[in-house]
Write a protein that binds this ligand. Structure first.
Ligand SMILES: Nc1ncnc2c1ncn2[C@@H]1O[C@H](COP(=O)(O)OP(=O)(O)OP(=O)(O)O)[C@@H](O)[C@H]1O
Ligand SMILES: [Mg+2]
Length: 261
């Protein structure tokens, strides 16, 4: 079983300490929700886990599948089965979504050099017909029009379309641990249901999810086992799904009072 273990993580951005000792473990098969006020450090945690160079780890450890990943490049982490759906996906003009996904999947199938998911490190690639079939299936899962795949990645996509494209990526790459950074923001009511159902179809014993969100609403669809609250660079509260309901009802004032610095 794969697990992502974060221990006492401290992270600096432009000489300012943003994460001040975060500890969290996400195992395959578990769904964790991470909530917290704007600017509390949720995306910083997501970027740091994925290896964004602007985020400097000054203290602490991150282990994934028994390996310390802090020295690894983002693509190496991705090949191991770690995935991040961005809060603000970027456009790549000139690269179609389909080509991007096929290249990403082929890279993922090559494994991390230490043996891939079936324990062998044989170099696999997916054939074009096989890939087309897979893509078609995943587009249908997310109720996306097949013409999407022929468009340039995120170029001119609406906010909601970008979020769906992120989940499509996750569906194609089949990560072991996925971090979803505000995948629900900007989605209309129908799109929220479709994306949530898509995520649900992917969850199960093989996938661990850390879902960053401001709203309890998406948690009605994607039922978390654990809910955490980040405040000022620390996880200050952890509980079950009821914690999200409490936050929805009472806001963050009580959390701020309880954990006043
Ligand atoms: N690349 C960066 N350069 C400068 N400051 C940064 C950078 N990344 C994060 N920060 C700062 O770190 C703090 C935490 O930001 P972060 O994006 O992690 O918050 P968040 O919890 O994801 O907020 P939101 O709910 O609004 O998405 C903010 O004060 C932000 O300005
Ligand atoms: Mg954020």
């Amino acid at each position: 079983m794969s697990e992502l273990v974060i221990r006492d993580l401290h992270v600096k951005v432009e000489d300012q300490e943003i994460l001040k000792g975060v500890s969290l473990t996400v195992r395959q098969g578990e769904i964790h929700a991470l909530m917290g006020p704007n600017g509390s450090g949720k995306s910083t945690l997501a970027y740091t886990l994925m290896g964004h160079p602007a985020y400097e780890v000054t203290e602490g450890e991150v282990w994934f599948k028994g390996q310390n990943i802090l020295e690894l490049e983002p693509d190496e982490r991705a090949r191991m089965g770690l995935f991040l759906a961005f809060q603000y996906p970027v456009a790549i003009p000139g690269v179609t979504l389909a080509n991007f996904l096929r290249m990403a999947l082929n890279a993922r199938l090559q494994g991390d050099g230490s043996g891939n998911r079936d324990g062998n490190d044989h170099k696999k690639t997916i054939s074009i017909p096989e890939f087309r079939k897979l893509l078609k299936e995943k587009l249908a899962l997310l109720e996306m029009d097949p013409s999407f795949a022929r468009r340039y990645l995120n170029e001119g996509f609406s906010g909601g379309e970008k979020k769906r494209a992120e989940i499509l990526q996750m569906a194609v790459l089949q990560p072991e641990i996925a971090i979803l950074d505000e995948t629900d923001s900007g989605l209309d009511i129908d799109a929220l249901r479709i994306v949530a159902n898509g995520v649900n179809a992917l969850t199960g014993p093989d996938l661990g999810v850390l879902i960053i969100t401001h709203y309890q609403r998406i948690l009605n669809y994607i039922k978390p086992h654990f809910v955490h609250v980040m405040l000022n660079g620390r996880i200050v509260e952890s509980g079950g799904p009821e914690l999200a309901l409490t936050l929805e009802e009472k806001g963050y004032d009580w959390v701020r009072e309880k954990h006043a610095a």
